[in-house]
Design a protein around this ligand. Structure first.
Ligand code: ZN
Length: 404
């Protein structure tokens, strides 16, 4: 058996591998526990390299047994970013570009694993509270799995944010309240319907494992070596923790040599994890969040304490760029590498830029930075910061004049 159970990340209490997510002893979050001998006996570099060109090439490391619900997520573009590197002063900068996933964000990795698990558990529906990438990804994977999807959104949400969910046939429930109200009702529904899988609630321990593939891919594409440093955008902090676990997994089964990878996070200004790292304090919830980067704006980050611990013990840092820097980050990436990333990706690039400027990353370090989603979804947030069109009458001399 690959998955032997679940374990509390705070007190260590163990549970059976079921749709559970909170420790009944200390209310801590649960994580998946594996039989590493089982995995070690089955994985090899050659087997992975012959596998599908999706995250399912790493199936031996993922907490599912059945046939995957697979839209082709993962194994996205791995780019040697020599232009952006030159601009920033880095010789070995690499990007994982998840804007090219099936629904255009990294959420396809976690959702593909969670919906596969929901089907394995025999669940009758899937759902979440979301206003963005997660909603679109769940709706698409639920369609593929032929399961109904229930997506809870706050009152007055703009239609363009839920077009993806609606087109895939999800039930989109507009709650008369804020995002927090939508999230609370989703949690209540999850408890009332234990045979429905809410991907970031009762399936959370399994769901989170999908992000580990972002570590496996970096290592495989660096010729089965680990980078010197990584730069990861942070919302709940779960992504950074998963990438850390992913590198440890590869070391544990001997697919890569051990190496101390430095973990850096980036979060919009004023949010809890970066603030705690910068001030050297505990991760405290933040009520009021003043940022346009809504996808990273989590006031009470579930994995905050764990992310901070990893950043500190690996000698990394957490940057907190302003919104304006995130937009400049989007434009810099777009103009140097031809990639249009979302605001969270802009936060990554802005954080990377600061890390280099502050001398925290050396010029020759092998750096992997993670771009989590596609800019076309958040185009309206940056349109006012772009140059306007050059206007001319239909005359050659007008053209020559405006470009002079
Ligand atoms: Zn516990």
């Amino acid at each position: 058996m690959k998955v032997t159970g679940l374990r509390c990340r705070i007190c260590g209490k163990e549970f059976p591998p079921e749709a559970l997510y909170t420790c009944d002893n200390c209310f801590g979050p649960l994580e998946v526990k594996y039989d590493w001998e089982w995995i070690k006996n089955r994985v090899s570099r050659e087997k992975i390299e012959k596998g599908p060109k999706s995250l399912w090439r790493y199936k031996d490391f993922l907490p599912v047994d059945g046939e995957p619900v697979d839209l082709g997520a993962g194994f996205t573009r791995f780019i040697r970013a020599s232009n952006l590197g030159e601009e920033l002063g880095l010789k070995n900068l690499f990007l994982i570009d998840d804007s090219t996933n099936p629904t255009y964000s990294f959420k396809d990795r976690v959702v593909s694993v969670a919906v596969t698990k929901a089907r394995e558990f025999g669940m009758k529906a899937v759902g979440c509270a979301s206003t963005g990438n997660l909603a679109g990804s769940i709706a698409a994977h639920a369609a593929k799995a032929r399961l109904p999807a229930y997506i809870f959104v706050p009152r007055g949400i703009e239609k363009n944010k839920i077009i993806q969910a609606l087109v895939h046939g999800a039930n989109v429930i507009e709650v008369d309240g804020t995002y927090d109200d939508a999230n609370r009702i989703a949690t209540e529904v999850a408890e009332e319907h234990p045979d429905w899988g809410f991907v970031n609630i009762n399936l959370r321990p399994f769901y989170a494992e999908g992000s580990k593939t972002l570590a496996y891919e970096a290592a495989e594409r660096l010729g089965w070596t680990l980078p010197d440093q990584v730069v990861v955008p942070m919302a709940s902090g779960a992504l950074l923790c998963a990438i850390y676990r992913g590198f440890r997994d590869l070391e544990r089964v001997g697919l890569v040599d051990e190496k101390d990878v430095v973990f850096n996070g980036s979060q919009p200004h004023g949010l809890p994890i970066s603030r705690a790292v910068k001030l050297g304090t505990r991760v405290e919830p933040v009520r009021k969040m003043d940022t346009i980067v809504h996808s990273l704006a989590i006031g009470n980050p579930a994995d905050g304490i764990f992310a901070k611990e990893i950043i500190e013990k690996t000698g990394g840092y957490a940057e907190d760029p302003a919104d304006r820097e995130a937009i400049e980050g989007i434009k810099l990436l777009a103009k140097t590498e031809g990639i249009f990333t979302e605001l969270a990706g802009g936060v990554t690039v802005a954080g990377l830029k600061r890390l280099v400027e502050e001398g925290r990353i050396d010029r020759s370090d092998v750096v992997v930075a993670y771009l989590t989603g596609n800019g076309l979804k958040t185009g309206e947030a940056i349109v006012d910061y772009l140059d306007d069109t050059l206007k001319i009458r239909p005359r050659l001399e007008d053209f020559e004049e405006v470009i002079a």
